[in-house]
Design a protein around this ligand. Sequence first.
Ligand code: ADP
Ligand code: 5GP
Length: 213
Amino acid sequence: MSDRRGLLIILSSPSGAGKSTLARRLRDWDPTIRFSVSATTRKPRAGEAEGKDYHFLSEDEFKRQVAAGEMLEHAHVFGNFYGSPRGPVQAAIDAGRDVLFDIDWQGAQQIRNSALGQHTLSIFLLPPSIPELRRRLESRGQDSAEVIAKRMQKSWDEISHWDGYDFVLVNDDLDETEARLKSIVTATRLRRSQQPGLTEHVRKLQAEFEEQS
Ligand code: ADP
Ligand code: 5GP
């Protein structure tokens, strides 16, 4: 067994608050962190690749996988289905690797309440202000005005679930948020429940202690 158990790191925020940017920075910092590649029924955006950004599925295939228990969690967001495939997550966790999820509050809640809940670290990102959130959404230049208006509306719903998370970061200065995120991950990896080798280590300490005295 690996000397540490993998963490399920959930990063949620209203769309545009900086999840993808911070997720990338976290993985640049520690390349052993796996991204959970979600499945979705939405159409790919320009530049998005199958299997890298998402697994793009038909609605029928998505529903089949949910019915077969192949999704760790799933939700309906902006009129499309999204879900986290279970297999790759379990394999990574068993190998002592952390898995990073960019999912909404519904998915975060389902994972927290699942058998893997005790190995979950959930972090919510808030924008410094609503005008700044709009500016960031527009600066991505990927969505139409109509889609942006819908996302702003939906942001309110997402923000209202901020208090269900372990940690909350206001993503104002990006470098500072990144530093805080890394501190949180570093500390949580040291939770007793993440270190299965501790019992054995203390047993060894005890044997050494008794031998000495
Ligand atoms: P999300 O994944 O939450 O939808 P992104 O990571 O795509 O958000 O960020 C949306 C936009 O805001 C991107 O253009 C990104 O570069 C920018 N951004 C992210 N964090 C900050 C920050 N702290 N300050 C300024 N711009 C930011
Ligand atoms: P987008 O369409 O912008 O990529 O994502 C829209 C929203 O869906 C984001 O809030 C994102 O966090 C959420 N999302 C993406 N993948 C999943 C998933 O697998 N499960 C859940 N519950 N939400 C997801």
